[in-house]
Design a binder for this molecule. Structure first.
Ligand code: UDP
Ligand code: MN
Length: 435
């Protein structure tokens, strides 16, 4: 009897043991499959979906990936990278291809609501030898923080980069975003002005939004831009450009500023008059801006063409922002900065080699000769060494100005930028700066 009981107990515990083993096996298998599935999802799904949902659900300010240790100062890669890319590549590689940045908008912006039906946007990003992670963070931030029904496409224009990781490795990574991205590779170096025109010619969204290749957009960045243009198709709008530090890559909210320039035609930020912030909209009110900083702005696609796009005979970099700003104001459009739309940008220190310097002078001369009328003397007082330099044929741009029935530069000074004082003194140090 005892034997039978022992046998029964043995059988029972064996059965329980077997059962537990079986359960453990299934459980393990299930977990493994789940893990694999998640890995596949994160590799193949647009990177954005999760982050987008998170961002819109939580009111908390996300923590930045601030890397406090400064060991990069002793890393030769840091110096090599800075010389090559104009930013801290050691940190950029650590941050990788996507991160969250703090919501830099004023509280008042949180209360704004935008219609569900707005025009669609084509985002155009030109790049020349951009650091790989920095470029990918630009793209992933757009995907993550743009409602997909507003995003027609992202058009990347590779302006003849020669770094290895912007070739097959870039193609491979862009696959992860599936569908929404077009990559155009220029066959020769075109410069950012013609590259933007190439991008625009391939766009099909209602509105063109130009970004640099070292940006990270913020929450609800696109809606204010689309909404403003939907109300007035001759309205050109810029986001507030937040600062991404080139060394720490920390993201900081920019103060309220407007765009301006001096008689040397170089862009600078300017204070906003406090009376401009009067009224119920307060610090969220659009800021009327005499000029745009560079290549971060939104414009109706048809209006861009109607207005004459860019001067295609300008080279490489510079002057095109002032030229477009003058053209917008003098030819019937408007230019505003929208404080509720925020885009972070790494302000790199420009390395002017001879070719870049030559292109800048050439471009500025074209702006002065087409747009400044009798006031171009002020420009030559600031840059006397350019007085007899060549600037190519401007007849097409002069004809465009006539065709569009644009107003005089005096009108622009009187109505849009009266603070641009007539030039009276010569600061030798300044005008020699680019010589
Ligand atoms: N860029 C380009 N071709 C060039 C010079 C610049 O495609 O010949 C790109 C560059 O990679 C960047 C954008 O144009 O994405 C604007 O250039 P940058 O950031 O130097 O201008 P800034 O910020 O000073 O306006
Ligand atoms: Mn830039």
């Amino acid at each position: 009897m005892k034997n039978i009981m022992v046998q029964c107990l043995l059988c029972g515990s064996m059965a329980i043991g077997l059962w537990t083993l079986l359960l453990a096996y299934f459980h393990y298998n299930q977990e493994n499959r789940q893990l694999k599935k998640t890995q596949e999802l994160t590799r193949t799904r647009p990177l954005g979906e999760n982050v987008y949902r998170q961002n819109h659900d939580s009111e908390e300010t996300p923590k930045q990936n601030i890397i406090n240790d400064k060991t990069y100062f002793s890393d030769p890669e840091f110096y090599k990278g800075f010389a090559q890319y104009g930013l801290n590549v050691v940190i950029s590689r650590r941050l990788g291809i996507q991160r969250e940045v703090p919501d830099s908008r004023d509280k008042i912006c949180h209360q704004k609501h935008y219609p569900f039906n707005l025009p669609t946007a084509s985002i155009i990003i030109c790049f020349h030898n951009e650091e790989f992670n920095t470029l990918l963070r630009t793209v992933s931030s757009v995907i993550n923080l743009t409602p997909s029904h507003f995003l027609e496409e992202i058009i990347l224009v590779d302006d003849m980069s020669d770094t290895d990781d912007l070739k097959e490795k870039l193609d491979y990574h862009l696959e992860l975003f599936r569908g929404k991205i077009k990559l155009i590779r220029n066959k020769k170096r075109e410069g950012l002005i013609r590259s933007r025109m190439i991008g625009a010619s391939r766009a099909s969204g209602d509105i063109l939004v130009f970004l640099d290749s070292h940006c990270e957009v913020n929450r609800v960045w696109l809606e204010p831009l689309l909404h403003a243009i939907a109300k007035d198709h001759k309205m050109v709008v810029c986001p507030m450009i937040d600062v991404i530090d080139d060394t720490t890559l920390d993201y900081t909210a920019a103060p309220l500023v407007r765009g301006a320039f001096d008689w040397d035609l170089m862009f600078r930020w300017d204070n906003v008059f406090s009376y401009e912030m009067d009224g119920p909209e307060g610090t969220s009110k659009p800021i009327r801006s005499p000029a745009m900083a560079g290549g971060i702005f939104a414009i109706d696609r048809h209006y861009f063409t109607e207005l004459g796009q860019y001067d295609k005979d300008m080279d490489l970099w510079g002057g095109e922002n002032v030229e477009l700003s003058l053209r917008i104001w003098m030819c019937g459009g408007q230019l505003f900065i929208l404080p509720c739309s925020r885009v972070g940008h790494i302000a790199k220190i420009q390395n002017f080699n001879n070719a870049a310097l030559k292109a800048l002078s050439w471009n500025l001369l074209r702006v002065a000769h087409v747009w400044l009328d009798e006031h171009k003397d002020n420009f030559f007082l600031r840059r006397p060494y350019l007085k007899y330099e060549p600037y190519g044929n401007i007849s097409e741009r002069v004809a465009l100005r006539k065709r569009l029935g644009c107003k005089s530069f005096q009108w622009y000074l009187d109505n849009i930028f009266p603070e641009l004082e007539p030039f009276i003194h010569t600061d030798e140090k300044e005008w020699n700066h680019f010589h």
